[in-house]
Design a protein around this ligand. Structure first.
Ligand code: FPP
Length: 224
């Protein structure tokens, strides 16, 4: 969800105002994806690298996150969305974890779209954590190392129940993967949108889906 800071700065506002406006785009995107029958949506809200931002911006982002997790509960319930946390818990403050866990628990029975919220997330960190869990399973005799193939390894990722993305959308013209879902995006189609995240609307989402529909996906094979 790139470009919150640029959106604000270009209007002479503090960066946090861009993050605040970004919530509107989050709400609209979640509702529209759920309505259209998307099975899984993962939003990159806070990366492992984002911990190096100024403390004031981090605490404002965490406050915004808590507000979002409480205020959006009716939206999640109305749209039968199941919330999942994608990332590490260690550096998140107890009050953030409490509100996050409460919202996860509240939505656990929802049978609609799975919404992964990537917070304190890094793609390499996820692969390292999965490798560690697999190693522990081998050590404990629960896993035969010869049986560790791609499907088995996938099971050690944070939330294997969220399907691998078919489409990765980046805003504000950014052309990088930025350590996002490194394992899962292997065959994802990339779509780069020039608008900054606070201006991202369902029309942009529809345009991304239409562009996706025109892609020819070969998964490394040769088409007949
Ligand atoms: C990237 O823009 C955005 C973030 C690091 C935070 C994203 C957070 C939100 C959209 C609001 C909170 C989200 C949820 C789901 C509660 P940037 O700050 O890097 O902007 P820039 O690239 O213009 O500097």
């Amino acid at each position: 969800m790139d470009g919150n800071g640029r959106w604000a700065r270009s209007r002479g506002l503090e960066r946090i105002r861009g993050h605040e406006r970004g919530i509107t785009a989050v709400r609209e995107t979640v509702e529209e994806c759920a309505r259209l029958g998307v099975e899984g949506l993962t939003l990159y809200a806070f990366s492992e690298e984002n911990w190096s931002r100024p403390q004031l911006e981090i605490s404002m982002l965490m406050r915004l996150l808590k507000k979002f997790l409480v205020e959006e509960r009716p939206t999640l319930m109305d749209n039968r969305v199941q919330l999942l946390h994608v990332g590490r818990r260690e550096r998140l403050a107890p009050d953030v974890l409490r509100i996050l866990d409460e919202t996860i628990e509240l939505t656990a029975g929802n049978d609609g779209m799975k919404l992964g919220l990537a917070i304190s997330y890094g793609g390499r960190a996820e692969i390292v954590d999965a490798a560690r869990r697999a190693a522990i399973a081998v050590r404990d005799g629960a896993l035969d190392p010869e049986a560790l193939d791609e499907a088995a390894f996938r099971g050690f990722l944070y939330h294997p129940e969220i399907p691998d993305p078919d489409l990765m959308i980046r805003t504000a013209g950014e052309m990088r993967v930025s350590n996002f879902l490194l394992w899962q995006v292997s065959y994802a189609e990339l779509h780069v949108e020039d608008v900054c995240w606070p201006d991202f609307r369902k029309e942009h989402l529809h345009a991304a889906f239409r562009a996706f529909g025109r892609r020819v996906r070969k998964f490394g094979a040769v088409l007949p």
